[in-house]
Design a protein around this ligand. Structure first.
Ligand SMILES: [Zn+2]
Length: 229
């Protein structure tokens, strides 16, 4: 079993973080020039209301609570040699814009993180679940360790975002299975990936073409549904 990232206390802290971020949201007019990855970057939209922030927090908690046990089970089945005790968190510290990543803590425990700006962009819990499942899949497939040295030198967080195209498609396929098995619609969920902006022009630049990704997700999901029926 795992210590959930979602104890009541963290839930309250999470809501507080989300509400604070909403209050602190700079308008586009006052944001420093050339700096678009502030804590809040929902593309010029009006600041999210407390009710909307609360919905997003609940969506995250729901998606994380469903995805985590499935990711852990599939991890133990496919990669029993790995630490499969996932911790799923919201990253409200990194200035990396709308993003998600997978890393390890000091004890080697796998962490899956979604940043606040990305959480502000999601349309539903299928999208949150798909992001979390995709990142968990990177860990199960051992992608962090299999990166090139040059990429590793960029640092853990950035390094985990510049996987090869091959790794991304693998994570999409396994992420599709995890999300589906956790009760979400991976096709609906993957819509988020195709809305993510890439302000730095580098973080997501290694990602495959959207059509190729969608094709992998569609085929994997179709096979999964066929096996179930
Ligand atoms: Zn990825």
């Amino acid at each position: 079993m795992t210590a959930k990232a979602l104890r009541p206390r963290s839930f309250i802290a999470l809501i507080a973080v989300l509400l604070l971020a909403a209050c602190a949201a700079p308008s586009r007019d006052t944001a420093p020039t050339g700096r678009v990855t502030t804590g809040v970057s929902h593309q010029g939209a009006a600041p999210l209301s407390p009710a909307d922030m609360s919905l997003r927090a609940q969506g995250f908690i729901y998606a994380a609570s469903q995805v985590e046990p499935v990711a852990e089970r599939i991890c133990r089945e496919r990669a029993p040699q790995r630490n499969c005790d996932f911790q799923i968190v919201i990253d409200d510290q990194s200035d990396i814009g709308p993003n998600a990543y997978q890393t390890l803590d000091r004890s080697g425990r796998p962490i899956v993180a979604i940043t606040l700006p990305l959480l502000f962009m999601v349309a539903n819990s299928d999208e949150i679940a798909f992001v979390l499942a995709h990142e968990a899949a990177h860990h199960i497939e051992g992608h962090l360790e299999r990166r090139s040295q040059s990429v590793a030198q960029l640092g853990e967080i950035l390094g985990s975002m510049v996987y090869s195209k091959e790794f991304e498609l693998q994570a999409d396929a396994l992420g599709t299975l995890i999300a589906a098995e956790a009760g979400f619609d991976p096709l609906r969920g993957s819509a988020l990936f195709f809305r993510i902006p890439d302000p730095a022009g580098r973080i997501l630049s290694s990602h495959p073409a959207n059509a190729e990704r969608l094709d992998v997700i569609r085929r994997t999901y179709a096979n999964y549904m066929a096996r179930r029926s």
